[in-house]
Each structure stands twice: as C-alpha cells, then as structure tokens.
Design a protein around this ligand. Structure first.
Ligand code: HEC
Length: 200
C-alpha cells in the first residue's frame, strides 16, 4: 500500500516538475513562476529524498550495523540526492551548522534560516518549510529535527556511538561536527534550489 502511495507521489511530482520546468514557448501559456507553489513542490521532493535516504540507511544498518552504515552513507548519501536533483531539475542538499560532510556546511543565506529555526525551537513554535526568493533561484528549506533514537547511533553523544562506528566516522570525516546531538534538536535542513523559470 505504501509502495503504491509512493509511486503515486512520484507520478504527481513528475507531472508538477514537468509543468514547472517546461521551457517557455511563445504560444502556449505556461505556469508563471508566481503560480508555482515552491513550498509544496519542495515538501514533496524532500519527502521523496528523505524516503530514499532512510530506506537505504535502514537497509545498511540491518545488513551490517552502524559501522557498515557509516561507510555506506559516506559513499551513497550524496549520489542519492544528486540523482534526484537531476531527476527533478533542482539541487537537493542537506545542510547543517554541525555538519559531517564539509560539502553540507551553511552559506550565509542558510545560516539566517537555520538561526530562525533554532529560535522557533526555543520559543516552542512549530517549524515550517520556508521559501526564499533569490535573483536566479528559489530556495526551499525544511528543518530536519532529530526524531528517531536510531539517529543517535551516529549523531548522539560519544558514549551513545559505538567505538568502531566512531572510528569509521573519524576516518571518513576528519572534520566531523555532527555528534553530540539529542532527540528533538535541529540536526540540519533540507535545502532545494530551483532555477528561476523565464518569465519575461
Ligand atoms: C549509520 C550512521 C548514521 C545514522 C544512523 C544516521 N546518520 Fe546522518 N549522517 C551520517 C553520515 C555518514 C553523514 C554524512 C553523509 C555525507 O557524506 O553526505 C550523515 C549526514 C547527515 C546529515 C547532513 C548534514 C551533515 O551533517 O553532513 C543530516 C541532516 C543527517 N545526517 C541527519 C540524520 C538523521 C535525522 C538521522 C536519523 C533518522 C541520521 N542522520 C542517522 C551517518 C548516519
């Protein structure tokens, strides 16, 4: 049933992204960028990406535990999001202040959103997706709150991470900043950049 649902979501996404990304032709009226709902587009794409990453992560954990899964993630996480980026004609990333992969660090624009999420958490305000309009792109952000105890096996405090896993993390990511987290903390954000469609 959930398989059917995810196929349905994919199909829906495909239709949406085809409409969103169709090049401008002179006669056919196309969706004006203002008419594209980047919030729901970003929400759907990040959900697909999240499911893809989680599915593979859980499979790797079952196959060989957290140490094996670290090695697996270090090889597969970026290729998985990159291939979905190509598919949906956008750039899908996960970014964080306490980043593990140096490629996932925050830009100045990301930092503002990140800070606002931290503030909302402090004020117990529900965290919501945000869309920021830039000159050449629309940036979609969605908070990633650490919500499963399984995450702590690789992002928790030192004594929550088994020594072999810690060693694997250190060897793959000598500049790792992604440990010491607790449940309910902001782990990072989905960031999806959509190219601005031509509207002149
Ligand atoms: C088996 C170990 C492992 C588990 C379990 C794990 N992660 Fe990670 N996580 C990693 C690795 C390795 C990376 C770096 C991937 C890369 O190279 O892009 C990472 C990266 C991330 C990033 C991207 C930002 C960064 O730090 O580079 C986020 C966000 C994240 N994880 C959230 C989570 C959440 C939420 C959970 C629980 C659902 C979780 N992780 C479970 C190993 C793990």
């Amino acid at each position: 049933m959930s398989k059917i649902l995810s196929y349905f979501t994919l199909l829906l996404l495909l239709i949406i992204s085809t409409v969103a990304c169709r090049p401008k032709t002179t006669n056919t009226p196309i969706a004006h960028p203002a008419e594209i709902n980047y919030t729901s587009l970003g929400d759907s794409i990040s959900m697909v990406a999240q499911q893809a990453l989680m599915g593979q992560l859980m499979r790797a954990m079952e196959e060989g535990g957290s140490t094996h899964a670290v090695n697996f993630c270090s090889e597969r996480a970026i290729p998985i999001t990159d291939s979905l980026s190509k598919k949906y004609n956008c750039e899908i990333k996960r970014v964080a202040l306490g980043n593990r992969n140096p490629d996932n660090r925050l830009t100045a624009a990301d930092q503002k959103i990140y800070d606002s999420y931290i503030q909302s958490l402090e004020d117990s305000i529900v965290l919501e997706s945000k869309v920021v309009e830039q000159q050449n792109e629309m940036l979609f952000y969605k908070p990633i709150v650490l919500g499963m105890p399984a995450c702590l096996q690789c992002h928790g405090k030192n004594d929550e991470i088994n020594p072999a896993t810690r060693a694997a993390i250190q060897s793959k990511y000598p500049e790792d900043k992604a440990t010491g987290f607790s449940m309910g903390e902001l782990r990072g954000m989905w960031k999806i950049s959509f190219p601005a469609t031509t509207d002149n």
